[in-house]
Write a protein that binds this ligand. Structure first.
Ligand code: MN3
Length: 250
């Protein structure tokens, strides 16, 4: 009787071990899948607590004629995807693999150029795709008040933002952002830097991003960056900018 009970317990323990191993195997496969750079998932584009390559929130031709379908396709599917893949490769097996992108950017000076350039390239484009849409809405009452207070008027704000975008020498980004003391500001960053990075001279939470790399406009606008910037205002997703403003002011 005692022997039988012991045998049953042993069998049961073995079964548990098998189940445990099976479960671990499933977890391993799931983790491998989640870490697969080619894996594209429909996720909230601005949830950066896990590193996944998000789906574009609209069709390639959705922003025509302001941003052409061919540019969108190459920009998203080649450039953006390459940044993401290189970012994942750069953090794989390091502590950064478990960090959110905001945590990584806060100490990006310690992470090296591959993480800075590719992590920035990954993040900035997600922000950019999401602050574009075919139906553009309008700035909220709160945001309008803040814009008027900071820049004098919406036109003056646009002028300041346009200037940041036009005067960024070479490749980079123009930003509207909320500073750590909750003020609005515009500015630009070189390459794939952004205001969340410790290396950036402008610091804060991005509200509106504009990619001024030539790959963002060259096919349609060639060297005429100002024409691309003017077209951009037709496809700003103000609902998203309003949401980010609310979030940043919390
Ligand atoms: Mn780009």
């Amino acid at each position: 009787m005692l022997f039988n009970t012991k045998l049953t317990i042993m069998k049961f323990t073995n079964k548990l071990k098998t189940i445990g191993l099976g479960f671990a195997a499933i977890l391993l496969v799931f983790n491998l899948f989640a870490g697969d750079p080619e894996n594209t998932k429909e996720v909230n584009m601005e949830k950066f607590d896990i590193h996944v390559f998000p789906a574009l929130p609209y069709a390639y031709d959705a922003l025509e004629p302001y941003i052409d379908a061919r540019t969108m396709e190459i920009h998203y599917d080649r450039h953006h995807r390459a940044y993401f893949n290189n970012f994942i490769a750069a953090i794989k097996g390091t502590q950064l693999d478990k960090s959110t992108i905001e945590q990584i950017f806060a100490k990006v000076s310690e992470a090296g150029d591959a993480v800075r350039n590719n992590g920035g390239g990954f993040y900035n484009h997600v922000i950019f795709w999401n602050n574009l849409s075919s139906g553009s809405g309008a700035p909220s009452v709160e945001l309008t008040e803040a814009i008027n207070k900071t820049f004098g008027s919406f036109e003056k704000f646009k002028e300041a933002f346009d200037n940041s975008a036009k005067t960024r020498f070479g490749s980079g980004w123009a930003w509207l952002y909320v500073t750590p003391d909750k003020k609005l500001a515009v500015g630009s960053t070189p390459n794939q830097d952004n205001p969340l990075m410790d290396v950036s001279p402008i610091k804060g939470k991005p509200l509106l991003a504009l990619d001024v790399w030539e790959h963002a406009y060259y096919l349609k606008y060639q060297n005429k960056r100002p024409e691309y910037i003017a077209a951009f205002w037709n496809v700003v997703n103000w609902d998203e900018v309003n949401r980010r403003y609310k979030e940043a002011m919390k």
